[in-house]
Write a protein that binds this ligand. Sequence first.
Ligand SMILES: [Zn+2]
Length: 182
Amino acid sequence: MRPCNLPSAAVATHQGGTPPERWEPLGVHIRWRYANDLGALTIVYTAETNCALYAVACLGCPYRATGTAGLSQEEAVAAANEHATTCRSLPLPLPAGLDEAEAYDLLLERLRQMQEFETQPVSVATFLADRLDLQGDDDYIREILALIATEHPDLLGMTTRESISGWAMFQLQPQLPESAPA
Ligand SMILES: [Zn+2]
């Protein structure tokens, strides 16, 4: 995978006093910011890895856009521009971020929703839409996935066979058919 030659995320990740225009939570690279007339920002961001996939989020209202598996740069920029032009929300406090137990519950819920529709490899890039809430780097998300795979092997499989990248690989398990009534 092409490395993400993006500015370092050394910008403060703490909320205390961080102005929204400099806010960049851990594991997220904010590429563009658009402001609506009332000052609420709509951001275009990528994750720590897979920087070719973009997502859009408004920091004033619940609007978020990621497509089914991330947006292209052009799609994301167009969506953010359009949203910032029409959004009438005032700025909200910056997302607080989840603690580890809450992050575990969020990923568990996401995986259960996904399992209803498909069986597919799962990677840190799968959770692009949740990055503003997770506020953690890729290793942190992998640790949570490994914990879920250990505690819910019927939901998420984990191979410790090392991939090229050296990380464990995760795979959603097929949903078991409903047991037939007696
Ligand atoms: Zn908005």
